[in-house]
Design a binder for this molecule. Structure first.
Ligand SMILES: NC(=O)c1ccc[n+]([C@@H]2O[C@H](COP(=O)([O-])OP(=O)(O)OC[C@H]3O[C@@H](n4cnc5c(N)ncnc54)[C@H](O)[C@@H]3O)[C@@H](O)[C@H]2O)c1
Length: 244
């Protein structure tokens, strides 16, 4: 990782955002962590070379203020990791309209607002964006169709933005993780027995025979930030799920 880089990680309070922020800090990079959860960000507020801001990524004014804060502090932004997101379990028969709207508001509109707010900085730095898609965006599965659709939208935003921003030297890639051991499912309101059964069922379909660990996804996120001749990719990091 090139020394002196500065970037924003959304969803840094938990799971894949947290693992990415930790790895980036370990590489000597400065990280502004944004999350809707103040408690989630406590770990990061204790780290040198880090800043934390409580932000709801769906709120354009909060996002704009947080972007100004990073600019004011470090004067540049070289990369953005869009990890803030939610999961909703629900079949077509019983999914609620409010859940569909929430999924697209956070996973798609939130990703858009944050990227838009930092665009001038990313262009100035010829920087990198890494989005969080999912293996369910690439391969159909039962009982989370709207979550999968929101992550398919993120995959296609990634490819389209990669083309749009290539003339500015900005790279846009995504990771598409398979089931990874984070609080995502508990946060979605699934109790521990349901989460365990869900992950065990998913694990049984993974060729490499197990669910992933956050750092195994974070490594590819940092690689996409570092590598300067790759753009428009949606990389499955999923133990082989998407090819099975
Ligand atoms: N864990 C998996 O199996 C998995 C698989 C594929 C993709 N993903 C994606 O990875 C990303 C990170 O998920 P995770 O597993 O780390 O989940 P997580 O629940 O551990 O972390 C998500 C973080 O996003 C934050 N967040 C939620 N809504 C927000 C909002 N409106 N504004 C700001 N922050 C908000 C939460 O507070 C939380 O800290 C998500 O986009 C998720 O869809 C996860």
């Amino acid at each position: 990782m090139r020394p002196g880089l500065v970037g924003v990680v959304t969803g840094a309070g938990s799971g894949l955002g947290r693992a990415s922020a930790e790895l980036l800090l370990d590489h000597g990079v400065r990280v502004a962590g944004w999350d809707i959860s103040d408690d989630g960000l406590t770990w990061l507020s204790r780290r040198e070379s880090a800043r934390t801001t409580v932000v709801d990524v769906t709120d354009a004014a909060q996002v704009a203020a947080a972007a100004d804060e990073v600019r004011g502090t470090w004067g540049r932004v070289d990369f953005l990791v869009n990890s803030a997101g939610i999961f909703v379990l629900g079949s077509l028969a019983d999914v609620e309209a409010t859940d569909v709207r929430r999924l697209f508001d956070i996973n798609v509109t939130g990703t858009t607002l944050v990227t838009q707010s930092l665009l001038p900085d990313l262009i100035a730095a010829r920087g990198a964006v890494v989005n969080l898609s999912s293996t369910v965006a690439l391969k159909a599965s039962v009982s989370n169709a709207h979550y999968a659709a929101s992550k398919a939208a993120v995959a296609q935003l990634t490819r389209c933005w990669a083309l749009e921003l290539a003339p500015h030297g900005v790279r846009v890639n995504a990771v598409a993780p398979g089931p990874t051991n984070t609080p995502l499912f508990a946060t979605a309101g699934m109790d521990s027995a349901t989460t365990e059964a869900f992950l065990a069922q998913r694990a049984s379909t993974i060729p490499l025979g197990r669910t992933g660990e956050p750092v195994e996804v974070a490594r590819w996120i940092t690689r996409f930030i570092d590598d300067e001749w790759i753009t428009g990719h949606v990389l499955p990091v999923d133990g082989g799920t998407s090819i099975a």
